[in-house]
Ligand binder design. Structure first.
Ligand SMILES: CC(C)(COP(=O)(O)OP(=O)(O)OC[C@H]1O[C@@H](n2cnc3c(N)ncnc32)[C@H](O)[C@@H]1OP(=O)(O)O)[C@@H](O)C(=O)NCCC(=O)NCCS
Length: 153
């Protein structure tokens, strides 16, 4: 059974509560907290962990927050330049999404997103679960690239 169908049809297994050997980290001081969310059982795959596509969708949303302030209007994701699933995400984790603007071009904006999990029953201690870099393009009413109006905030 695919990840997608298990995600859609429900939970084939109980949520994964096995220990994960991941170092505790501090969240990055040079990034901005842009989103928090707790994944639910309906977001899980056949392993009992969270479906990677669900994580990617959340990262796309979180990654758009800072570029939106520069774009001041419509924009679209043009590229996922990098996406690393460092550790599994579990049902009940508190996920924190930290973002940093890396580059503002003529029409495009590139952002780094780090995702940190506080495990269920271990809140207050963070492990890094995902690292990604995405590029967004400011677009006009016809869906064509337009210059980013703000280069500095
Ligand atoms: C976003 C879109 C309007 C851009 O149009 P385009 O004609 O392809 O854009 P251009 O070639 O003029 O490039 C626009 C900018 O994106 C950058 N870019 C293009 N391809 C890129 C890539 N693979 N990675 C990173 N940046 C890229 C260009 O360097 C340029 O940046 P700059 O102006 O800051 O120098 C168009 O590609 C589009 O509509 N894509 C679909 C968007 C979408 O639906 N996203 C959701 C996915 S489901």
């Amino acid at each position: 059974m695919s990840h997608l169908s298990s995600s859609v049809t429900g939970h084939l297994r109980s949520p994964n509560t096995a220990p994960v050997d991941a170092p505790e980290v501090t969240v990055p001081a040079d990034h901005v907290l842009v989103m928090k969310v707790i994944p639910m059982p309906a977001d899980s795959n056949a392993n009992g962990d969270i479906f990677g596509g669900w994580v990617m969708a959340q990262v796309d949303l979180a990654g758009a927050v800072l570029p939106a302030r520069y774009a001041q209007g419509r924009m679209a994701t043009i590229a996922v330049n990098q996406f690393i699933f460092k550790q599994p995400v579990r049902v009940g984790d508190i996920l924190s999404f930290y973002a940093k603007m890396e580059r503002i071009g003529r029409t495009s904006m590139t952002v780094n997103v780090g995702v940190y999990a506080e495990r269920f029953n271990n809140q207050g201690r963070y492990i890094k679960v995902t690292e990604a870099q995405l590029t967004y393009v400011a677009i006009d009413d016809q869906g064509k690239p337009r210059p980013v109006p703000l280069k500095h905030l």
